[in-house]
Design a protein around this ligand. Structure first.
Ligand SMILES: [Zn+2]
Length: 399
């Protein structure tokens, strides 16, 4: 109960729009946002709240201009009911996606639509610079989106995990320290917003889910090539977040107990063999985007032997990762997402074919390339911030 009270208090702190402090209101609001237009009778049925309680909550949300009420279509000889839907401009959320050398920013509305975006470069990969650039980007965002300033309710941040909550190991990327209590407290106080942190693979999966919309497979897994290698699971349209937030860190599964040293402190982690950084190490390149992307694209064009050697061994590891995900999760599809060059991901996926057989089946695991655009990971982070407001149990790494 303690954490719920804390979250309720936070929902209050971001705005004076949501005076709906109690959990019931948050649940009703989330239902209206995800399933509206919806009648009050259907809300009562779905939530098991009494009709009177639902009437009161909806009246309060209407007064706060969070929702709008419209007459529905008459069914048979009955009177048309009144349907409730969320107002598009009821609330906005910042989404931040930090990669190796740049940080993307978006502002989204309650339906995940991007209303503003910005890309800033990250001069150095350490926590001080990451904080500085995030604060700078949000400050520019506030200036450029003045119309929405009164109802920006939170900020979601996505970066490569795992996030350090206890180990205090050296942090060469700076991303691990983002999850420390000090870091989250600093961001929350400086941005004056509730902050929800998630790993980039989770945010990318939410971004895919936003892009896919209704009518696609509701359950799928993703494998994400960002600053490392991550995975995520969407169940019934919702991200699975685990108990401690560090979910889907498939890149840190040990595949060789005597293998290469990983920055997480272990030996032979999967991402030491299957990640953009591992390719750059093999080619003695800095993984910095501006320096390495063009060089690697050229090496792909000429099919350089060094690059093709890495592709051959990494493709075996990719098949292994697909088998892990299939055996563990039995997803309908595995979607490959990433911020590394398209040509590289496509070549790697091609080399890994035929994909492994689905466990207990004669059919291959379905592996597809993600289709959401380059801003989708930041939009996914914003959606996770939104979830902490409307469905408070979802996000874990939040202060
Ligand atoms: Zn590791």
């Amino acid at each position: 109960m303690k954490s719920m009270n804390k979250l309720s208090a936070l929902r209050m702190s971001g705005t004076n729009l949501i005076k709906a402090k109690d959990h019931n209101s948050a649940v009703v609001l989330d239902l209206i946002r995800s399933q509206g237009p919806i009648s009050r009778a259907d809300i009562a049925r779905s939530t098991s709240l009494s009709r009177q309680t639902v009437q009161n909550i909806v009246a309060k949300l209407d007064e706060l201009e969070m929702v709008e009420l419209r007459s529905g279509v008459a069914v048979g000889r009955g009177h048309p009911g009144v349907n409730v839907s969320m107002r598009r401009n009821a609330a906005h959320f910042f989404g931040v996606h930090a990669d190796r050398t740049w940080i993307n920013f978006v502002l989204t509305d309650v339906f995940g639509e991007i209303r503003w975006n910005l890309k800033l470069s990250l001069p150095e990969q350490n926590i001080k610079h990451i904080h500085q650039v995030i604060v700078q980007g949000i400050s520019i965002g506030r200036q450029e989106t003045k119309d929405f300033a009164s109802n920006i309710l939170g900020c979601g941040i996505a970066a490569a995990g795992p996030f350090d909550t206890e180990t205090h190991l050296p942090d060469p990327t700076g991303f691990s320290s983002l999850g420390s209590t000090d870091s989250l407290t600093y961001l929350k106080e400086t941005l004056a917003l509730p902050v929800a942190l998630s790993n980039d693979a989770n945010a990318a999966a939410i971004g895919e889910e936003l892009y896919r919309g209704n009518g696609n497979q509701a359950d799928f897994a993703t494998l994400h090539f960002g600053a490392g290698l991550g995975a995520a699971l969407i169940i019934d349209g919702t991200i699975y977040q685990g108990a401690y937030g560090n979910i889907g860190e498939i890149g840190h599964i040990q595949v060789d107990p005597f293998g290469k040293k990983c920055h997480c402190g272990r030996l032979g982690c999967l991402e030491q063999y299957l990640s953009y950084d591992s390719l750059c190490r093999e080619l003695a390149l800095s993984p910095d985007e501006s320096e390495s992307y063009e060089i690697i694209r050229n090496l792909i064009t000429i099919r350089s032997p060094e690059l093709m050697n890495w592709i051959t061994s990494a493709a075996l590891r990719l098949r292994q990762a697909i088998q892990f995900l299939d055996a563990l999760l039995s997803p309908s599809e595995i979607i490959i997402t990433g911020t590394i060059p398209d040509e590289l991901l496509n070549l790697l996926m091609e080399e890994a074919k035929p994909y492994p057989l689905r466990i207990g089946s004669t059919k291959d695991v379905i592996v597809l390339r993600g289709r959401a655009g380059k801003w989708s990971i930041a939009a996914g982070a914003a959606a996770l911030a939104l979830n902490t407001q409307f469905a408070p149990s979802i996000s874990r790494l939040m202060l």
